[in-house]
Design a binder for this molecule. Structure first.
Ligand code: CP
Ligand code: NVA
Length: 307
């Protein structure tokens, strides 16, 4: 049984399969062709934080695969009334085939997985957001081909998205240029984990404009992630120079793409003319969450499938 708790949980070879499979699943979806490998299977979705894309993409995706979903939040389940996570995992995983969790600490999802009888998928933790990077790389491949050897510029917070980009770069052989304000740097050890990052996959820049130079993809995220709202005002000051604007896009390659996992705050981490401009692929990126996660759910439950 495989869990998907961080990007490192799958190999480069498994990702190559998933990207191909997601392309096929997307093609079928666009042609209104039925694809029901998960009939009678149930996905439990547990949200301890808010969501639009993750909820819709997993829920719609599971129905499209022929399965069904159960949606739980902290507020409307015993999770919010301090039932131990181990007990919740033991119970929920006896009744469903797959669990997706969005929560706070990575240790919480790890603990759930340790007591689960079924595969567990990380739908975002404070530390990682692997499903989003899966969608982002799939989107890059759709627009530009292989990401191997390419350069991704990360401008902003050293957060769950940034950590996951670093893991992906080391695993799939591309580079990440990271620029964060002082005090908001990536925790490299956490980002790459036991596997270790190679010096060639990660470079830090104190100047965000320099990080964008020669990039094939420029990407950012909110200045204040969920769970850090108390720091909002302080972060607005610290991040003022880390807004992706036309000058940063001009420093990147002429064919560079712009991505943002969304939700976005125009005028904070990105200017409207960038996110709504011709280099932005944010809507494809959001849609692709569903296609890649369908491939992921199918893979975790059934393994590799033929055409
Ligand atoms: N990008 C993303 O995970 O969006 P939601 O918070 O809306 O799920
Ligand atoms: N880094 C953001 C991503 C939201 C999808 C957060 O954790 O809130």
């Amino acid at each position: 049984m495989k869990h998907y708790l961080q990007f490192n949980d799958l190999t480069a070879d498994e990702y190559a399969y998933l990207f191909e499979r997601a392309a096929l699943i997307k093609k079928k979806f666009k042609a209104y062709e039925k694809h029901h490998p998960l009939v009678d299977r149930t996905l439990a979705m547990i949200f301890e934080k808010a969501s639009t894309r993750t909820r819709v993409s997993f829920e719609a995706g599971m129905y499209q695969l022929g399965g069904s979903v159960v949606h739980l939040t902290t507020g409307d389940s015993q999770l919010g009334r301090a039932e131990p996570i181990d007990d919740s995992a033991k119970v929920i995983s006896r009744m469903v085939d797959l669990v997706m969790i969005r929560t706070y600490e990575q240790t919480k999802i790890e603990r759930f997985a340790a007591h689960s009888r079924v595969p567990v998928i990380n739908g975002l933790t404070n530390e990682f957001h692997p499903c989003q990077i899966l969608a982002d790389i799939f989107t890059f491949i759709e627009h530009r081909g292989s990401i191997q050897g390419k350069t991704v510029a990360w401008v902003g917070d050293g957060n769950n998205m940034a950590n996951t980009w670093l893991q992906a770069a080391a695993l799939l052989s591309f580079k990440v240029h990271v620029s964060t304000p002082r005090g908001y740097e990536i925790d490299e050890k956490l980002a790459v984990g036991a596997g270790g990052t190679s010096a060639s996959s990660y470079q830090f820049f104190s100047n965000p404009l320099e990080a964008c130079q020669g990039a094939d993809l420029v990407t950012t995220d909110v200045w204040t992630s969920m769970g850090y709202e108390a720091e909002n005002e302080e972060r607005k000051k610290a991040f003022a120079d880390w807004c992706v604007d036309a000058e940063m896009m001009a420093a990147a390659r002429p064919d560079a793409l712009f991505m943002h996992c969304l939700p976005a705050h125009r005028g904070e981490e990105v200017e409207a003319d960038v996110i709504d401009g011709p280099q932005s692929v944010v809507w494809d990126e959001a849609e692709n969450r569903m296609h890649v996660q369908k491939a992921l759910m199918e893979y975790l439950l059934l393994g590799r499938q033929g055409a």
